[in-house]
Design a protein around this ligand. Structure first.
Ligand SMILES: *Cc1c(COP(=O)(O)O)cnc(C)c1O
Length: 379
């Protein structure tokens, strides 16, 4: 008999979601738009502190809309973190634009501000001033906004924050995703809260969210008949899914707390392991939701590769995963300009994401710890 599967990050319902879904069914608001969408957008604005939000079908759709609203067009260049999931960069290509990738710095694993400024200067010198910057807060860790925001302002380039993994994370007490011109979050099933699938665009400029909603609903101009002055998209969130989101948002603080406790469990567990480090908040300006706890193995010391550990966990029905493979190393983005320093490549080689679901029990965590301890004992 094999033990219950432990997933990397699984949905964790709060209990109230079904009540909101029933309400949608009872009132026959099953389609897109509807009262749950409006309410969820308001509740999300309240929670994040953004002036407005627009709920859409995915985080990827939100990035696409943000790029359109930032004026990105065919042939333009858009700067993007290289250490991320492909969904951060793909919408640049949907627009016919060219991603320019920037490597990480080692304290937050996010975009290196010095490399960003170097790249902006270099692109400008080549007559290719970037149209936007997509900054990712990976694994829930806020990037160095204190440095990156002023650089974007200095060169007058709109900042789009990809906070898909970082709902509930803060920098200087302010929610990430609300620093730039626009921010995006994801409610995919593996994220800290979920609508099964979905996403949102945040902005302190309510007009941008209004425009995002317009584009996401097929860009129908305000006429009794169908009249179009823009190319539209079918990106709107359904009322049923917004109901799930409303239920999930009620428990977001508990979910953040649980993931932070899981991080603390791993941190104290690994204290006695030489050559193992975790992605930690660099100082107290940074508050991470610790969506995933991630470790780095120094193979000269541990004599264990991330792959050995991953396969040992797999054998015990425990899911772990390598860190994101940087975009500049992806075959599909091979020809894109990239400003690299080796940091993300090293992270990819030496890192591992550990199970971090907010629903993990103490028994689950002990089981994971026991398995990891066993691997290290037997080298
Ligand atoms: C999940 C994710 C996205 C995409 O969100 P979807 O809702 O799955 O489209 C974008 N960027 C990052 C960093 C993500 O982790």
């Amino acid at each position: 008999m094999s033990l219950k599967k432990i997933f990397l990050s699984e949905p964790h319902l709060g209990g109230e979601e079904i009540h909101f879904i029933h309400e949608a069914f009872d009132t026959n608001w099953i389609g897109s738009l509807g009262p749950h969408v409006t309410a969820f957008e308001q509740e999300l604005a309240k929670y994040t502190g953004a002036a407005a939000t627009s709920c859409v079908s995915s985080g990827t759709a939100a990035i696409h809309l943000a790029l359109i609203l930032a004026g990105v067009e065919r042939g333009d260049e858009v700067i993007c973190s290289t250490f991320t999931f492909a969904a951060s960069a793909n919408p640049i290509v949907y627009q016919g634009a060219i991603p320019v990738f920037i490597d990480s710095e080692s304290s937050t694993w996010n975009m290196d501000p010095d490399l960003l400024e170097h790249a902006i200067k270099d692109r400008i010198a080549k007559g290719r001033k970037p149209k936007a910057v997509i900054l990712v807060h990976l694994y829930g860790m806020p990037a160095h906004l204190d440095r990156i925001l002023p650089i974007c302002q200095k060169y007058d380039i709109p900042l789009i924050e990809d906070a898909a993994e970082a709902l509930g994370s803060k920098f200087n007490q302010q929610q990430v995703g609300t620093f730039g011109l626009m921010g995006i979050i994801s409610f995919n099933g593996n994220k800290i809260i979920t609508t099964s699938s979905g996403g949102a665009l945040l902005s302190n400029n309510a007009e941008l969210c209004r425009k995002a909603t317009f584009l996401a609903t097929q860009a129908r101009d305000n006429f009794p008949y169908y009249h179009h002055t823009h190319i539209g998209y079918n990106y709107r969130m359904s009322n049923v899914l917004a109901g799930i989101g409303r239920g999930q948002l009620k428990v977001i603080d508990q979910r953040v707390e649980a993931r932070r406790e899981i991080f603390n469990f791993y941190k104290s567990f690994f204290k006695s392991f030489e050559g193992v480090t975790l992605l930690e908040e660099p100082d107290d300006r940074f508050f991470s939701n610790h969506w995933l706890t991630t470790i780095l193995l120094e193979p000269n010391i541990t004599k264990i590769t991330p792959d050995i550990l991953r396969m040992a966990l797999e054998k015990e029905n425990i899911e772990s995963r390598p860190l994101w493979k940087p975009m500049h190393m992806q075959p599909i983005f091979r020809d894109c300009p990239a400003y690299v320093n080796g940091v993300s490549e090293k992270l990819f080689q030496q890192g591992l994401c550990l199970p971090s679901s907010s629903s993990l029990t103490t028994d689950d965590l002990e089981r994971i710890a026991y398995c990891i301890g066993h691997v290290f004992k037997n080298v």
